[in-house]
Ligand binder design. Structure first.
Ligand code: ZN
Length: 308
């Protein structure tokens, strides 16, 4: 037998596959979508593109999210958001998509079975313990909508469009803006008029008023149709969800990191937590050592075992 015959091909393949999956994920990360950011007040003109959600055949993705702070080297913290675990586990196609890319693991699912969504569960526990709603509002589950859009430009004083930032973006909005966009869409659709048709459809103007906390948005469909004649650049909403995904233990660690003081006061342990200070160290010890005393598992258990 030559040396190479001892090779554990399966294990080598495993590592090769793993690096391919990692490459794929890094590639997707590099193609991160641009989420549209409104800056100053004014009129912003868009085209909504009916694409990105082939599973459900609707022109948007509705999903639940939670927000958290991620520790960052220079600034201290970075504001991020992620998918609600209860939302994710209800979406088989999305879970499969994440599993195929090596993003979600068996352990994530095992932890979920124990603890359900750690954000939802911990949020409720903190409210019940008397923590003020406004102090933990970003942990609360939010319903959000994603659209693929093309930004045509911002209206200038003379009525023409400043198209410097024109391009394909993802627009994320909450319930009230979603209603303002989709109610007229459905009304027209019932009359057989398709506002999202590429040739005969309409653009959408979103009026941004007020600054900072007083900022409000008023979407309104344009009054005349305009053909859309560009090559489409579409983001698959599943890929966007994969970017927002963080492993179960990471989610727990973020919560513990941010609300350490409160959770300690409450003497609260997050269900499903496999981190340090919980059960995992003990399990590791059990794997290599017997529970009674210092003997290893194969050690002599009884005097009678000694042949005499
Ligand atoms: Zn949740």
């Amino acid at each position: 037998m030559s040396e190479s015959d001892k090779t554990n091909f399966d294990l080598v393949e495993f590592y090769l596959e793993r690096s391919k999956r990692e490459d794929q994920f890094q590639k997707e990360k590099a193609e991160r979508p641009k989420y549209f950011q409104f800056d100053t007040a004014g009129l912003y003109n868009f085209r909504i593109i009916f694409a990105g959600n082939d599973e459900e055949n609707i022109p948007f993705l509705a999903y639940n999210k939670h927000s958290y702070y991620e520790p960052a080297m220079k600034t201290g913290y970075k504001y991020r958001d992620t998918i609600c675990w209860d939302y994710l586990i209800g979406k088989d196609k999305l879970v499969e998509y994440l599993a195929e890319r090596g993003r979600i693991s068996r352990q994530d699912l095992q932890q979920y079975q124990i603890g359900k969504c750690p954000f939802c569960v911990t949020y409720k526990a903190m409210l019940n313990a008397g923590v003020k709603k406004e102090d933990i509002s970003r942990m609360k589950k939010e319903l959000r909508y994603l659209f693929n859009v093309y930004f045509n430009g911002k209206e200038m004083r003379d009525g023409s469009l400043d198209s410097e930032k024109a391009g394909f973006y993802v627009w994320e909005c909450g319930q009230s803006n979603f209603d303002k966009v989709m109610e007229p869409y459905m009304r027209e659709k019932r009359k057989d008029i398709d506002l999202l048709d590429l040739n005969k459809g309409y653009n959408l103007t979103i009026k941004a008023v007020g600054e900072n906390k007083l900022r409000r948005y008023h979407p309104e469909w344009d009054r005349s149709p305009s053909p859309f004649a560009r090559e489409l650049e579409i983001k698959d909403f599943k890929a966007l969800m994969a970017i927002k995904f963080i492993p179960y233990q990471t989610a727990i660690d973020r919560i513990k990191n941010e609300f350490n003081v409160t959770l300690t006061q409450m003497q609260y342990l997050i269900a499903g937590d496999m981190g340090t200070g919980n059960t995992s160290n003990e399990n590791l010890a059990d794997k290599y050592f017997s529970k009674d005393g210092g003997e290893t598992k194969e050690g002599i258990k009884d005097k009678d075992d000694i042949p005499f």
